[in-house]
Design a protein around this ligand. Sequence first.
Ligand SMILES: [Zn+2]
Length: 390
Amino acid sequence: MCGEANSRLEGKVRWRWSLRSAAVAAESDMRLQRRVGRAAEDALAEHEFVSPIDVLCGLGWLHPSNVERWRRGAPAVLEDVVFIEPARIATAIGLLQAWASERGLQPSEHPYPAASRTPRELRFSASGDPELEQAYKTHWLSPDLNQTQRARLTERAARRPDLVVIEPQKAFTCSVCGAEQTGLLIMEDPGPVCMACADMDHLVFLARGDTALTRRARAASGLSAIVVRFSRARKRYERQGILVEADALERVEAECLADEQARARRRERDTLRRAEQDLDLQERIAGEICCLFPGCPRERASEIARHTAVRGSGRVGRSAAGRALQSEAIELAVLASVRHRDTRYDELLMSGVDRATARARVGDEVASTLRAWRTAPPSAHAPRPDPKQS
Ligand SMILES: [Zn+2]
């Protein structure tokens, strides 16, 4: 009887305890649900889809640099670098699925190829449970995406990431040959591999800097890799250049050189064409000057035109609509020429006379020359004494 009561009491306590822990768990799940929602929201805003990896990073459980390392091959299992127990991770992924389905996001399974020499799929979970692996690979796409955008996202995800080679800070032991090495390495499971063991020692290094050459060399090279070095100051890997096949590099270098020459030839042609256009413009301006100033010597008109076409072609070379302005501009050009060439104006400026005063002083002289040019034909106009010699 007594034992029976005890066990009933025990059951009650146990029941109450489990109720309490369930409440705690529910509350913590709700908190997690909110955090998952926020992380998903952020990822969706950033790239129009959300993946479990986005959420784990958003929750602060996984560092993006560890995702990068994992994609390069070490660690072999992503969950090894997630700072939370697998059960909790599974809960978060479940919450993401619920969140995404509720909002009408489209599930789409994305491949995760490793950035390793031998193509293989990456592994996410410690358990290797197929259902969980699939959940990890499911990206949730924004319902706003159209067919093309969706296809582009899928295509990008399927692309094998670039091979990454590391320039180490210190010597390392190759996990294949076991020798102590100082050169470049590639991270694989279970550890660093030297270039010889990775069959990559035939590649040559091309330092970063020439974008066009880099892009072409990578496209031309059957095998290529990005070379990075860890910056202690910035706490991240930084690109140093690429490794490519030697003959591919030689080939594209020759192409780039040929392009350089082609560009130089085009520049020459452009200069010639521009010069021709200038000549045409000069002739038109000289014609205008002779029209407005029949007394102006022809060579002088050409000289003024040459000068004006170089400096203010945009203004003088206007179309018929700007005819009035054009003749005004031409008059100004002729006036300036007379002022500088036929009077002591420049001398006055050089001697420290201010511009307004100097202009006033030579004003009459300029006006009389312009008047003469406007009316008299050049033959009727007696050669004037050079004022600079008087
Ligand atoms: Zn080795």
